[in-house]
Design a protein around this ligand. Structure first.
Ligand code: CDP
Ligand code: CDP
Length: 224
């Protein structure tokens, strides 16, 4: 059995992070950690409790008393907030629209990173997000930065909605993704950016399997 390493996957919305991370986690029997789901979970609860999303102290207090659990199942990861299954609800448009506001706050990020590092400390983990290679797991053996054009990413989310039978407007998705990209890359604390030692993969014209293969090859090389 090879050494259990840490793998960081970062990149903008709908670059394919979670889809390929899940495939790789299954192949290697690693734990998959969707850090975006954690920020979405806090956003979901804050909206429900009418917490002011600009008020960092209130958000921090809320987070401190909120249990967020990521449970790995066969093909998907279930997300629980204080024992409620929020797996579907945290993908809703109102959560998506507000999540980048919640995640800009320093105190919120500190506590999230603390929880993520606690999960990641034993290795054998593949974690995806925006700041994994730069802040959460700066010593990860493998760091990947996934990219794709905004048009391609919007098309992907659009297709996903149609497959799920959710009403979908391509132009609106494109606008929302661009707005989130901007907030995530321009925020002061741990903005979205490629770690110096990350390997960049432009997935615009690659299939899911092609991306997974590329990353697996990089991992094999590192594990030896
Ligand atoms: O799946 P999608 O790419 O749409 O988003 P996500 O990965 O679920 O992340 C949702 C939002 O959470 C991002 O747009 C960021 O604002 C925030 N996030 C973050 O700030 N840091 C992370 N490590 C992960 C997510
Ligand atoms: O996690 P992230 O937001 O980066 O993206 P995702 O949720 O894994 O992928 C968004 C959508 O794009 C999913 O429906 C994937 O099936 C699709 N996808 C694709 O069509 N081609 C790729 N190379 C990667 C993902």
């Amino acid at each position: 059995v090879s050494k259990k390493i840490s793998i960081a996957i970062d990149g903008p919305a709908a670059a394919g992070k979670s889809t390929v991370a899940k495939i790789i986690a299954q192949k290697l029997s690693y734990i998959y950690v969707d850090t975006g789901a954690m920020y979405r979970s806090l956003t979901w609860k804050a909206l429900r409790e009418h917490v002011d999303l600009e008020n960092q102290n209130e958000l921090y207090d809320l987070l401190k008393k909120t249990e967020i659990k990521l449970v790995n199942e066969e093909k998907q990861q279930k997300v629980y907030v204080d024992r409620f299954d929020v797996t579907e609800e945290i993908r809703r448009p109102d959560v998506t629209k507000h999540v980048s506001i919640v995640s800009k706050h320093e105190l919120v990020r500190k506590e999230m990173v603390r929880r993520q590092q606690e999960i990641g400390k034993r290795g054998g983990v593949i974690m995806d997000g925006r700041d994994i290679g730069t802040h959460v797991m700066p010593n990860a053996e493998v760091k990947i930065f996934l990219l794709a054009s905004v048009d391609e990413r919007a098309e992907r989310r659009h297709r996903e909605n149609i497959e799920k039978g959710i009403e979908s407007n391509l132009e609106q998705i494109k606008k929302d993704i661009a707005a989130r990209d901007k907030l995530d890359t321009e925020r002061e604390i741990a903005p979205l950016r490629k770690a110096e030692d990350a390997i960049e993969i432009d997935t615009t014209s690659l299939s899911i399997d092609e991306v997974a293969e590329k990353i697996l090859a990089i991992i094999q090389e590192r594990i030896g």
